[in-house]
Design a protein around this ligand. Structure first.
Ligand code: NAD
Length: 296
């Protein structure tokens, strides 16, 4: 049986670890806040009290953490993965972080005898629960092949996109598309409400045409209900749009709409909405239009 050391049982990590257990892996997890570990044990996983305990006997180490500094700390810190994992083990970082940080971590890991992949995901909490994530992988093709069983337990669309860091670059493009689409869906819904159109009927017909998208299908109802429980938190999308704008500047690429939507996501955060789902962009459009939820 393959043993997996799993670090980061958050909104995404919890269901991903559960799917790995269901697929027959021995999953030893560590999380900073211990509550999530109890649920993991109830599902048949094992718990560790620190990173060393999670990775010491692991063939594969998985991280699913919020941001670049978290992954740097967990991998390279004195109590971290590089100091305690078995030489030769496969380290897969599913977090969304800066591409250049993934490159540096892969280089450092390789120097220390590890095989490191960046494998950010798309599909949200629902995709994680259903084992239907899109997984965009950067790193050595042989390491990608070796991780096949792990990826297949978590995702449906699994693509090796290039060398280390490429997975993160593709994920940045993903976050650009998702944020821009969310904003336009929010604007369209506020527009429809202002015209007193039946929004359910409108979403149904829009979903079948060129305007249809997973964002429209998955997020319109929650927007209309003002149900902004995460999901994907505004503060994480704000982080991702920072990655997008920085990477675009480095490459000398203009992303005018991306820059606007980055400002709008930042505004929701500045107004105290950082912990809300990113569909809370809808509330900002209502506010900009002088509309309140009770008006329609
Ligand atoms: P989250 O904040 O819910 O989970 C992160 C978990 O990591 C938490 O349980 C936290 O306790 C733990 N953690 C943080 N620092 C730690 C440390 N030093 N040691 C051990 N545990 C630590 O975040 P999430 O929504 O699960 O997202 C995780 C990553 O996946 C992020 O990079 C995010 O951008 C990305 N992502 C999220 C979604 C989504 O819909 N939520 C979708 C795709 C990608």
């Amino acid at each position: 049986m393959t043993t997996i050391g799993f670090i980061g049982l958050g909104i995404m990590g919890r269901p991903m670890a559960a799917n790995l257990i269901a697929a027959g892996f021995d999953v030893v997890a560590y999380n900073r806040s211990p509550a999530a570990l109890e649920a993991h044990v109830d599902k048949g996983g094992r718990r560790a009290d620190d990173i060393a305990g999670a990775v010491r006997d692991a063939d594969v180490v998985i991280t699913m953490l919020p941001d670049s500094p978290d992954v740097i700390q967990v991998l390279t810190g004195p109590a971290g993965v590089f100091s305690h994992a078995r030489s030769g083990s496969l380290i897969i970082d599913f977090s969304t972080i800066k591409p250049e940080v993934s490159v540096e971590l892969a280089d450092e890991g390789r120097r220390k005898g590890f095989r490191v992949l960046d494998a950010p995901v798309s599909g949200g909490e629902q995709g994680a629960i259903e084992g239907a994530l899109s997984i965009m992988v950067g790193g050595d093709p042989a390491d990608f092949a070796a991780a096949g069983d792990v990826f297949n337990a978590l995702g449906k669309t699994i693509v090796h996109v290039g060398p280390s860091g490429s997975g993160q670059t593709v994920k940045a493009a993903n976050q650009l598309i998702v944020a821009g689409t969310l904003e336009l869906v929010a604007e369209a819904l506020v527009f429809l409400q202002a015209h007193q159109v039946d929004t359910d009927a409108a979403v149904k017909v829009l979903s079948g045409g060129l305007a249809g998208s997973t964002v429209l299908t998955r997020k319109a109802a929650a927007m209309l209900a003002h149900d902004f429980r995460p999901g994907f938190r505004i503060e994480l999308h704000d982080k991702d749009l920072g990655i997008v704008t920085e990477a675009a500047r480095r490459a000398g690429v203009a992303l005018p709409l991306g820059a606007v939507v980055a400002q709008l996501v930042g505004a929701v955060k500045a107004q105290g909405g950082g912990a809300l789902d990113h569909s809370a962009l809808f509330g900002l459009v209502e506010q900009l239009s002088g509309r309140t939820p009770t008006e329609d």
